[in-house]
Write a protein that binds this ligand. Structure first.
Ligand code: ATP
Ligand code: AMO
Length: 468
């Protein structure tokens, strides 16, 4: 019978048709005789016009619609029409000449943030400040107000787009790996000990036993390899009791992890990883055009530049590039955030890419499970991957010899007793293997050049935030 249409699907081809749409009251303005109701659904907007002329709707109906509070849910029945020029501030090219409006759920009259303000770009604010004659008063919505009222904040077009892109990233990751013969596993998140070093672990009581929240699926994804799954991956929560309050650290994030048998060289892991990411970037650019536009409208950014064949530099080459630019760093110590960014700028300039791999890190700055290089044990078969000079991925070949693994754990000051079942899995024969861990929120943040990881975390957890 009745034709329900999603707001985003309304187009000029439906001219003259009677449709039903459900959405939120984005804005409503009117006179005694007319009401202009902008209905929003999933970040897309359409104008619905109510007019008493020619007895299309009653005066009472216009009055009623003018009073519906913003963000209420309404059903609108009407005829699709095509205005001469697109209605400013709406995303769809059509209008609806409304016949009936039903309010399905009323929103509170006072909202903690104004959705129109929350969707404005920095450019809008600058324009309004330069041009006070216009008399428009925009209110900047601060990060805490947004995060405290995240459900409302998430309704903006840019936020809708961010999380739809995030969903694409994990979908593309999963699809690519499944096609490459990987198996999706789910590893435990309650563990007896730390997997990435003790300082950033959440401790808890497990029925009287000391326990931790998993800092990564590291140990169990490797045990999946020892259990003969050959190639495994997981998409799941990762917990880190980070102390630092930075733009790129969360206390809970989503890890995209994989682990695989290595036949000859850790470059086999990089081959898979780089192919996955080219597929992810291509996939977003192809499938998320509208979402990228919505993000750009609020947070303008340069599109990500990446090569068909990803650039691989050794850590030592990175040190050399920095030196040539006059930046002297300790060749055996990790780069700090500023140096990483600087190297990102140098690489972009020289190789025309925002996405690259740095490998063969000094062994001393990698986790205990990392395989040292066979030709020089001061270095390791490890890598980090960067977007715009910031780390999104860490990975390596792993030590699969139980004696060496025990020795490395002790040297790194890890409590070996909590690792005994992990180390034991290598005593029953273990194939050489390696893998990587990706931070999903960082991928989306850096793909879109956003300035804070809280923008790409649905309900962020940081050292000061445990709600909503
Ligand atoms: P990984 O755990 O793989 O290293 P990460 O991106 O979380 O991933 P960190 O180990 O936290 O990296 O830090 C990497 C580099 O960033 C370090 O060398 C450190 O110098 C720098 N860094 C970390 N935290 C901060 C901070 N709060 N402020 C400034 N720099 C930081
Ligand atoms: P690492 O500790 O580097 O490696 O973590 C892997 C990736 O996870 C992301 N990440 C974070 N994202 C948000 N907030 C944080 N606090 C945070 N910490 C890390 C980053 C990082 O590159 N077991 C190894 C991976 C492996 O070798 O397979 C590991 O956990 O994007």
């Amino acid at each position: 019978g009745r034709k329900w249409v999603a707001v985003r699907l309304l187009d000029t081809g439906m001219k003259g048709q009677t449709v039903l749409v459900r959405g939120r009251v984005h804005t409503v303005r009117g006179t005694g005789k007319m009401a202009f109701l902008v209905v929003r659904e999933a970040g897309c907007t359409v104008q619905c016009v109510l007019s008493v002329a020619e007895n299309i709707v009653s005066k009472g109906m216009v009055k009623y619609v003018n009073k519906i509070s913003k963000e209420s849910i309404v059903d609108v029945e009407g005829i699709v029409s095509v205005p001469e020029k697109p209605i400013e501030g709406t995303s769809q090219k059509v209008e609806i000449q409304a016949r009936k409006v039903y309010c399905i759920s009323k929103a509170a009259a006072q909202l903690p943030l104004n959705l129109e303000d929350a969707a404005r770009s920095e450019r809008d604010f600058e324009k309004a400040e330069k041009d006070p004659q216009q008399g428009v008063q925009f209110v900047r919505v601060g990060q805490d107000t947004r995060l405290n009222n995240r459900v409302l904040d998430l309704r903006t077009p840019a936020n809708q787009a961010i999380f739809r892109i995030q969903s694409q990233v994990s979908t593309l990751f999963r699809q690519f790996l499944l096609a490459e013969d990987f198996v999706e596993l789910h590893t435990p998140k309650l563990l007896a000990g730390a997997s990435e070093g003790g300082s950033s672990v959440f401790k808890l009581d497990y029925k009287g036993q000391p326990a931790c929240l998993a800092q990564s699926p590291q140990l169990h994804k490797q045990m999946g390899i020892c259990a003969d799954f050959g190639r495994v991956f997981e998409i799941g929560p990762v917990f880190r009791a980070e102390n630092s309050f930075t733009h790129r650290h969360l206390c809970e994030f989503t890890g995209l992890d994989f682990e695989m048998e290595i036949k000859e060289h850790y470059f086999e892991v990089l081959d898979v990883l780089e192919a996955v990411f080219v597929a992810i970037f291509d996939g977003i650019n192809e499938k998320c055009v509208k979402h990228l536009e919505a993000i750009n409208a609020q947070y303008p950014f340069e599109p990500l530049q990446y090569l068909r064949k990803t650039l691989r530099l050794t850590f030592a080459e990175g040190v050399k590039l920095l030196k040539e630019a006059g930046i002297i760093v300790d060749p055996m110590a990790d780069f700090n955030t500023e140096t990483e960014r600087e190297l990102g700028r140098i690489v972009k300039e020289k190789f025309k890419t925002d996405f690259y791999v740095l490998h063969r890190y000094p062994a001393a700055i990698r986790p205990f499970y990392t395989m040292p290089c066979w030709d020089d044990s001061r270095y390791s078969n490890s890598f980090d991957v960067f977007i715009r000079g910031e780390e999104i991925i860490s990975g390596a070949q792993r030590v699969h010899d139980p004696e060496l693994l025990t020795k490395r754990a002790i040297e790194c000051g890890i409590e070996v007793n909590t690792l005994s079942t992990y180390i034991d899995s290598f005593r029953w024969g273990a194939v050489p293997h390696g893998g990587a861990g990706v931070g999903l929120e960082r991928v989306v943040m850096l793909f879109c050049a956003l300035n804070n990881i809280r923008k790409t975390s649905l309900f962020p957890r940081d050292p000061q935030r445990l709600a909503p």
